[in-house]
Write a protein that binds this ligand. Structure first.
Ligand code: ATP
Length: 230
C-alpha cells in the first residue's frame, strides 16, 4: 500500500505573525524528507499545521485523501502519525498501557506491533512511563505513533537532548520506518541526521523555503552555516 504525503502551499500565521509561507513538499511512501532550519524558522509550525494541531491554509493529502480541514484526531485516524516535540507520553500509565491506548483506533490494514521495531521497550512494559529516561520516553513516543497504524510518520526533533548512542539508535529506527514503506517527514536542527539518513532536505528560513535538495549535498553544510548566521 503506497501512501504519499503531499503538502501544498501551506501557510501558518499566529495572529499577525507569519510563521510559515507557502511550504510545498512531497514525501513519497518509503522515503524520508527532513525540514531543517534555525530556531524559529517555522519547522514545528509546519508539522503542527500539517497535523491539524494549529490552523493552517493549504492542502494536505495522504494516500490520495485530502486531510486539510479535518481535526487532528481525524487526520491521525486517516493515518498521519505524529511524534510531537518533547516526547508526549502519559506519565501515569505503564509503557504497555501507553501503547494500548494508541493502538485502540488503529485500522486493521495498517496495524503493526511497535515492539518489533522497538524491542528495547519490552523489558519496561510494566513501568510507568513517567519513570523512564528521556531516551526511553522518546522510544515510547515513537512506539505510540506506530501503534496508531499510520501510513506516514512525522517526527519533531526526535534526537533532541539524546546521548550520541541514542541519537544513532533513533536514526536507525527512522531508517527502518522509511524502509518499511512509511512516508517519513522529519524536523531536525542537526544536519548529521539528514546526512546519515540520506534524506531529502527542505531548508526553512523565516518561514520561507530557502533551499531544497539532498542531505548529502557536499555544499549543504556551508549553505546552512551562512543561512543560520545571516
Ligand atoms: P524551534 O526549533 O525553536 O522549535 P522552529 O523552526 O520549529 O523553531 P517554530 O516554533 O515553528 O520554529 O516558530 C516559527 C515562528 O513562529 C517563530 O517566529 C516563533 O516565534 C513563532 N511562534 C511559534 N509558536 C507561536 C505561538 N504559539 N504564538 C505566536 N508565535 C509563535
Amino acid at each position: 500500500m503506497t501512501s504519499d504525503l503531499i503538502i501544498e502551499n501551506l501557510d501558518v500565521h499566529y495572529g499577525g505573525v507569519r510563521a510559515l509561507t507557502n511550504l510545498t513538499v512531497t514525501v513519497r511512501a518509503g522515503t524520508c524528507t527532513t525540514l531543517l532550519g534555525a530556531n524559529g524558522a517555522g519547522k514545528t509550525s509546519a508539522l503542527r499545521g500539517i497535523g491539524g494541531l494549529i490552523r493552517a491554509s493549504g492542502t494536505v493529502t495522504l494516500g490520495g485523501r485530502r486531510l486539510d480541514g479535518k481535526s487532528a484526531a481525524r487526520r491521525a485516524g486517516a493515518g498521519l502519525g505524529h511524534v510531537l516535540e518533547g516526547r508526549h507520553v502519559f506519565p501515569g500509565l505503564t509503557v504497555a498501557e501507553n501503547i494500548a491506548v494508541a493502538r485502540r483506533r488503529a485500522p486493521r490494514e495498517t496495524r503493526r506491533d511497535p515492539l518489533e521495531l522497538l524491542p528495547e521497550l519490552r523489558s519496561h512494559l510494566d513501568r510507568p512511563a513517567g519513570g523512564l529516561s528521556g531516551g526511553q520516553q522518546q522510544m515510547l513516543a515513537i512506539a505510540r505513533a506506530i501503534a496508531g497504524g499510520p501510513r506516514a510518520v512525522m517526527l519533531d526533533e526526535p534526537t533532541n537532548g539524546l546521548s550520541p548512542k541514542l541519537v544513532a539508535r533513533t536514526i536507525e529506527i527512522i531508517a527502518e520506518l522509511r524502509d518499511l514503506g512509511y512516508a517519513v517527514l522529519l524536523v531536525e536542527q542537526r544536519l548529521e541526521v539528514a546526512q546519515e539518513l540520506g534524506s531529502d532536505v527542505v531548508v526553512l528560513r523565516h518561514g520561507e523555503t530557502a533551499h531544497r535538495g539532498s542531505g548529502t549535498d557536499p555544499a549543504l553544510p556551508d549553505l546552512l552555516h551562512s543561512m543560520y548566521l545571516s
